[in-house]
Design a protein around this ligand. Structure first.
Ligand code: DC
Length: 450
């Protein structure tokens, strides 16, 4: 079975909510890498101050941000290095705090450069990343999302105690006013503003100890892991039963399966001739687990909906046209799953390939992921749309090389481009069909594209 990468734990929340303490402890406990994105904005600010830049000079600060190299030292949780210099303590001064939130964090060029670095750091997974825009901009598809909050008074009180313990006492009223100003700036920043996404676990730490907060987060991770194990068990059982049925009664064969990537998200685009297709493609693509679309009405008896969910079917409402909401499927692909889609939308009436729908183009464009063609042969004869199921008819599945869509996916998603994406994908399926037929005529078995 394909082992997916370790999760990304994204934590957002206002200043002083306890994100750093929680994230550090969590990273240590799980043996994950801890990434403090606030420290990155602070390091750029410090560097600009050291270079004597005017911090209101946006282009100059942005230029500097695009060049700095930021590193988090492994084995020394929480220490940060900027262009080779350890700046962990220097970035915590009140002057840096003021300048970062009033100027540097607001610059779009700075955010772009740092978000790219954060995405590169987190991409392998197994990280706890904290900041303001991690769940919204940096990793909107993170497996675990947390929004950590606490009342303003409590956060100011914590800061007060912290400074007092360091003999750097400051009046409580001033700390509270500072915090209110920073909250205001964080929530109204033009890019990367602090907001809570609906699927984040909201934890209010006002009356909770750090231990309790960590326990809540670990509980969420464990629950998600348990669901994953159950889902894998169901999918595997479904695979075994379907595989027995299709191999015994339809002599199912899969060809050129090595064309498919063994890891990472992609769309598998197949012709659609029969009710048998999703199951046959699911068996043929194994060990890659495929996610499917199923009519939302099928999910209505709740127990059946749960069962469908467990074998990776996800609901789609038919007939919505351009209004169709693809977010759920885009998320799946971005999270590294393989999604089976029939670009023709419905089963063929006559066994021939139909035109691709522009809805497929829209989905592929939103996913920005590779598309691979599949051609299923024989399923029409075994169970056509307006005909009876015939046991014993052979079914075969063929996989082709990636559809060359790069140039189209780069362009804005206008109707013309979406149609071209669907068109080119259907051409790739047709080319695969032609190749299969040519091979069958000569008895050759060379995979397409090499
Ligand atoms: O978490 P912190 O206080 O160290 O963050 C420092 C500043 O950087 C703060 O003003 C908010 C900003 N920041 C941001 O805009 N986006 C992030 N992902 C993290 C921090």
């Amino acid at each position: 079975m394909i082992q997916s990468r370790r999760p990304i734990i994204a934590i957002d929340g206002p200043a002083g909510a306890g994100k750093s303490t929680v994230a550090k402890r969590l990273a240590k406990k799980l043996n994950y890498i801890y990434i403090d994105t606030g420290a990155m904005y602070r390091a750029v600010t410090l560097k600009a101050m050291q270079a004597g830049l005017d911090l209101t000079d946006q282009p100059a600060v942005e230029k500097l941000a695009s060049r700095v190299e930021l590193r988090f030292l492994s084995g020394q949780v929480g220490r940060v290095r900027c262009d080779g210099q350890d700046v962990t303590e220097q970035i915590r001064t009140p002057e840096v705090s003021r300048n970062v939130s009033a100027h540097v964090a607001n610059y779009s060029g700075v955010r772009k450069a740092l978000v790219a670095q954060q995405q590169a750091l987190g991409a392998p997974g197994g990280v706890v990343m904290e900041g303001r825009d991690i769940t919204t901009v940096v990793f909107p598809d993170a497996e675990i999302k947390i929004y950590l909050d606490a009342s303003q008074e409590e956060r100011a009180k914590r800061r007060f105690e912290e400074l007092k313990a360091q003999d750097r006492e400051q009046p409580f009223a001033q700390l509270l006013a500072d915090l209110k100003r920073r909250d205001e700036e964080d929530r109204n920043r033009p890019g990367g503003a602090l907001v809570r996404v609906p699927d984040a676990l909201k934890v209010n730490s006002t009356r909770l100890t750090v231990d309790k907060v960590i326990k809540m987060i670990i509980r969420k991770i464990k629950k998600q892991e348990r669901e994953q194990v159950i889902m894998t068990w169901f999918y595997t059982t479904g695979y075994i039963l379907s595989s027995l049925w299709l191999r015994i009664f339809h002599r199912l064969k899969a060809y050129w399966q090595k064309q498919l990537p063994s890891q990472g998200g992609f769309i598998l685009a197949s012709n659609h001739a029969s009710m048998l297709d999703p199951t046959a493609l699911g068996v043929a693509a194994w060990p890659r687990e495929l996610y499917f679309m199923a009519r939302s009405t099928l999910f209505r008896p709740r127990w059946f909906g749960w069962l469908l969910h467990m074998v990776h079917a996800r609901p789609v409402t038919r007939g919505k046209g351009p209004e169709q909401d693809w977010d759920l499927f885009v998320k799946l692909v971005r999270a590294g799953k393989a999604l089976l889609v029939f670009p023709e939308g419905t089963r063929t009436e006559d066994g021939k390939l139909q035109r691709g729908k522009s809805g497929f183009g829209r989905l592929a464009h939103k996913c920005q992921a590779p598309v691979y063609p599949a051609y299923i042969q024989g399923s029409y004869a075994a169970w056509p749309k307006s005909g009876k199921y015939r046991c014993g008819r052979p079914v075969s599945v063929y996989f082709g090389p990636e559809v060359p869509l790069g140039d189209l996916l780069e362009q804005p998603g206008e109707k013309k481009i979406l149609r071209q994406i669907s068109g080119r994908t259907m051409e790739a399926i047709a080319a695969l069909e032609a190749e299969v037929r040519a091979n069958q005529a000569t008895g050759a078995q060379t995979p397409p594209g090499g």
